[in-house]
Design a protein around this ligand. Structure first.
Ligand SMILES: [Zn+2]
Length: 358
């Protein structure tokens, strides 16, 4: 695979923390520059998303099985990309097992996670999980919020012109939501915006595992402003850790839940208002999470669906067959919000299951 070099990150490494803090001080949000790949538009009325969940690159770097595991994840990603041909890949967190990777090498592990998408000339958007910036096991340093932010800053500088839409819109990933970082939205459209995608940071690593109040307030504010400009748009939300509503959805869902349910739900901590905030914002259709590798279900809950992706990587716990969740959006005047949303799980071996409307 082509080695990817980033001058910016090398400079960061050479000049260390002070340079990083200076950089962050002059960039209150991470929205500078637009992806060269342009706008996200429908083709023949369709747009296909592929959620890649928990690839966990960088485990056991000094043992044979660690890099071998990453090569198997590369192959799994290529197979899924080739079969699904997504218009946008969503990396839903835990791209890297940070607790196995020294801080100075975490961005290199992130490069490896995105390399298959780069090599397949695909576009993507990402959120961070609880492992990406986790402190090295057995090390002396605690996870640092500046590192969490530097990973997203690195993604912007290394891939902002080569496929990454992460934090690419005006005001995206605002520093005021620190220690959370990957909080932003994207619009999909043709002649006008048709669908709104939310990306939220549920913490972990250097911050508490939660969707804190300031993030919900920011979401409500941004949603009101987008609605005033574009009207109510169908909205999909991507976040790493499931909010507690997933527990309630599973408990009440019964037969209306579809898909693999062989794992516990380990939700964000504290009071949570994600579903309430999304419903108040209008247009909410579904939330997609990762985190619990043995879950790949979707359950209806209140007025929307709560879904897991499918564990896509050979890193991280569990041996469930690897795959990805496909979400196909079709422009359809007869559907709610003018957009039909279909989802299914596509496994690495090519099999497809759990197809449903959202
Ligand atoms: Zn994970």
């Amino acid at each position: 695979m082509r080695p990817l070099q980033c001058v910016c990150f090398n400079v960061l490494l050479q000049h260390g923390r002070h340079f990083l803090l200076l950089l962050l001080a002059v960039s209150p949000s991470l929205s500078s520059g637009n992806p060269a790949s342009g706008r996200l538009t429908f083709t023949n009325g369709q747009f296909t998303l592929l959620q890649i969940a928990d690839v966990h690159y960088g485990e056991a770097p000094d043992e044979a099985w660690g890099p071998e595991q990453d090569r198997k994840t590369d192959a799994a990603q290529f197979r899924l990309f080739d079969a699904v041909k997504p218009d946008l890949v969503v990396f839903s967190g835990d791209q890297v097992t940070g607790n196995n990777v020294q801080d100075a090498l975490k961005a290199t592990a992130l490069e490896k996670a995105y390399a298959p998408a780069v090599n397949a000339s695909l576009r993507w958007a990402s959120v961070l999980g609880n492992h990406d910036d986790a402190a090295l096991e057995g090390g002396t340093q605690e996870a640092a919020p500046a590192l969490r932010r530097s990973l997203v800053e690195f993604e912007r500088s290394a891939f902002g012109e080569r496929g990454s839409f992460t934090c690419s819109t005006p005001g995206a990933c605002p520093e005021m939501l620190a220690p959370g970082v990957s909080n932003y939205w994207l619009l999909l459209g043709d002649d006008r915006p048709r669908v709104l995608l939310w990306f939220l940071d549920s913490g972990g690593g250097s911050c508490p595992e939660q969707l804190p109040k300031p993030t919900m307030k920011w979401l409500a504010r941004e949603a009101a402003s987008l609605r005033a400009t574009h009207g109510e748009l169908p909205a999909l939300t991507f976040v790493h850790i499931p909010p507690p509503e997933y527990l309630a959805a599973r408990a009440a869902g019964g037969d209306s839940c579809l898909g693999l349910a062989e794992d516990a739900v380990t939700p964000t901590k504290g009071r949570n208002a994600l579903v309430k905030t999304l419903e108040a914002a209008g247009g909410a259709r579904a939330v997609f999470v990762g985190h619990d590798h043995g879950n790949a279900w979707c359950c209806p809950y209140s007025s929307l669906h709560l879904c897991f992706g499918r564990h896509s990587g050979y890193g991280g716990y569990g041996d469930w067959a690897r795959g990805g969740r496909v979400v196909r959006l079709s422009l359809d005047p007869a559907s709610k919000g003018g957009v039909a949303v279909r989802t299914w799980v596509h496994l690495e071996d090519g099999s497809v299951s759990d197809e449903q409307w959202l």
